[in-house]
Write a protein that binds this ligand. Structure first.
Ligand code: ADP
Length: 397
């Protein structure tokens, strides 16, 4: 008995050319002109092999392949997917994608080289095929609706598997980043402490050259500590392990502390720090250290991105149920198209690259969100930026 091959294609010309070559090679041919017809003909006739086009109306070849390869009756039937180079698909690598949907082989359809290209592939697949010696089941044809609903079910399963896999990878990556950051932070802190002692002259007299070296090394160590601390914070947030230690806090005191901390750095760049804090503000319920971290990140950025002789205004006021913290600078500003991006991880948009990791804003945003608040930015290039943080006084529980 001749082996039977089902050709699935919406082009009558392809059917004709393929049929001629395959018949000459000794095969019997069945024809389907769209995906639905192909599925029903497969269940009815149980061909020995299927040659599938990708781009067809209604459902494409990949969907047909996915469904047939999922079905216990048809999954043994070898499927070869072919597409012409000219027919564009949204997928950049149709061979890879075809194999992923379950196809046994793939070929670039070229009507001039069918015999040299397709016939060897067909032979190879038929040799591998385990012959089903059962009689062909007579299957009640499936409606288009039944096929579509089966397909959508299959795609849901596929999507679920892929998302779960990506999630697991992401969790493993997070754990790795957390471990490595942790391993780095402890020795860096020790080195930093040692350098600070040397700088303070507590380990003996040092020369001017040694002092300069100590200063440079201390700056580098502190930068690395900031980086690993950011990475550690980020992995904690992503793993849902950043737990807030909430208490009643006075944001005005917190802001004053932050301003004091950075007044020397601002002075060095001759930047004026102006504070506008409303009198007798209510206390808020929040995590002191984390909110201080947000203020530090924002102020540090403003100092970094504001040229000499600029001005930074820090405001704190009551607004409805929230406390509103604003930090406005006369710095480089941020281009309109970049405003959305700056809260994304590792995103750094300034033309002139300054020291940084691109993690300060996403971490700040997460901390504000954990408090039930919001952060946003208004900015114009060459005029300056204003970051606005709204924090509910009660905080979210
Ligand atoms: P980093 O400052 O470490 O690069 P951030 O997440 O804190 O990372 O900020 C991301 C980017 O947003 C910065 O690299 C910069 O391009 C831009 N940006 C943040 N704050 C300001 C600001 N005050 N003025 C201008 N650009 C800013």
């Amino acid at each position: 008995m001749k082996e039977r091959i089902l050709i699935v294609d919406d082009s009558p010309l392809v059917h004709q050319v393929m049929e001629a070559h395959l018949q000459e090679a000794g095969y019997e041919i069945l024809h389907a002109h769209d995906g639905f017809e192909a599925i029903n003909l497969t269940f009815k006739e149980m061909p020995d092999l299927i040659i599938l086009d990708i781009n067809m109306p209604k459902i494409n070849g990949w969907q047909v392949c996915r469904l047939l390869k999922d079905h216990p009756l048809s999954k043994q039937i070898p499927i070869i997917i072919g597409t012409s180079a000219a027919s564009a698909t949204a997928i950049s690598d149709p061979r890879q994608w075809s194999i992923q949907t379950g196809a046994d082989d793939f070929f670039n359809k070229n009507l001039d080289s069918m015999d040299s290209l397709l016939i060897p592939l067909v032979k190879k697949q038929l040799e591998k095929k385990v012959r089903a010696d059962k009689p062909h089941p007579s299957y009640p044809p499936l409606s288009e609706l039944e096929i579509m609903s089966h397909l959508s079910h299959l795609l849901d399963i596929q999507l679920y598997k892929e998302v779960s896999y990506l999630k697991e990878l992401d969790e493993r990556k997070n754990a790795f980043v957390a471990n490595v950051s942790h391993e780095f932070r402890s020795p860096l802190t020790v080195i930093g402490g040692y350098l600070s002692l040397m700088q303070a002259g507590k380990l003996g007299q040092t020369t001017k050259d040694q002092d300069e070296g100590i200063e440079r090394n201390l700056r580098t160590v502190n930068r690395l500590i900031r980086l690993v601390t950011d990475l550690l914070d980020l992995s904690k947030i992503e793993a849902g392990k950043m737990i807030l230690k909430k208490e009643k806090i006075d944001l005005a005191i917190l802001l004053d502390d932050v301003i004091k901390l950075y007044s020397v750095t601002a002075d060095e760049k001759k930047i004026e720090l102006q504070r506008e804090i409303s009198k007798s503000l209510p206390l808020m319920f929040g995590d002191k250290d984390r909110l201080m971290q947000v203020m530090i990140n924002l102020l540090y950025n403003s100092i970094k991105f504001t040229p000499e002789n600029g001005k930074i205004t820090l405001r704190l006021l009551e607004e409805g149920p929230n406390l509103r913290f604003e930090i406005e600078d006369t710095g480089h500003g941020i281009a309109k198209e970049d405003l959305e991006k700056i809260f994304d991880k590792f995103e750094r948009v300034a033309a002139e690259k300054k020291e940084g990791t691109g993690l300060g804003l996403p971490i700040s945003q997460d901390i504000v969100k954990l408090h039930g608040g919001k952060i946003r930015v208004e900015s114009e290039l060459e005029k300056g930026s204003k970051f606005i943080v709204l924090l509910p006084m009660g905080g979210s529980s």
